[in-house]
Design a protein around this ligand. Structure first.
Ligand code: DQA
Length: 142
């Protein structure tokens, strides 16, 4: 069975409350449950982790080395500046598909930059919560 790590970065624990006109009204818990069930239907197991702390995310990425077949990752605002997280992804043997609920290229200029560009295996953006299950498909197709 393939193993996938679903990571969510800062402020994504606030989904459902946070700027619903941009991010929708669904909670992270409901998205995680959907991803777990969807992946299970495709014969894959998913572990979920969310943190608002860069170091905690780096530790979880390091622990993924040799343990997962892929990472589905919405890095939140870390996308735009955390070279430490990009280095963490580059340090492990696990391909990462980057997900954004919103279309980051259609928003403020600072959101158009992703530090993960050189280390990601795929990108899904602007598809709302459906982007997460699409990213599972990308991981399973790698
Ligand atoms: C986001 C986009 C980021 O720019 C923002 O900081 C987030 C969420 C998205 O899912 O659209 O926290 O990653």
């Amino acid at each position: 069975m393939k193993r996938i790590l679903l990571l969510n970065g800062p402020n994504l624990n606030m989904l459902g409350v946070r700027e619903p006109e941009i991010y929708g009204t669904d909670t992270l818990a409901s998205i995680e449950a959907e991803v777990v069930a969807y992946a299970e239907g495709r014969g894959a197991a998913v572990d979920c982790f969310q943190s608002n702390h860069e170091g905690a995310l780096i530790d979880r990425i390091h622990e993924a080395h040799g343990r997962y077949d892929g990472i589905v990752y919405n890095p939140g605002a870390h996308t735009h500046y955390s070279w430490a997280l990009a280095d963490a992804i580059g340090s492990v043997d696990v391909p990462m598909v980057e997900v954004h609920i919103s279309d980051v290229d259609a928003r403020e200029d600072f959101r158009k930059i992703s530090v993960f560009e050189g280390v990601r295996a795929g990108l899904v953006k602007g598809k709302g919560r459906a982007g997460y299950t699409e990213a599972v498909d990308v991981v399973l197709g790698l």
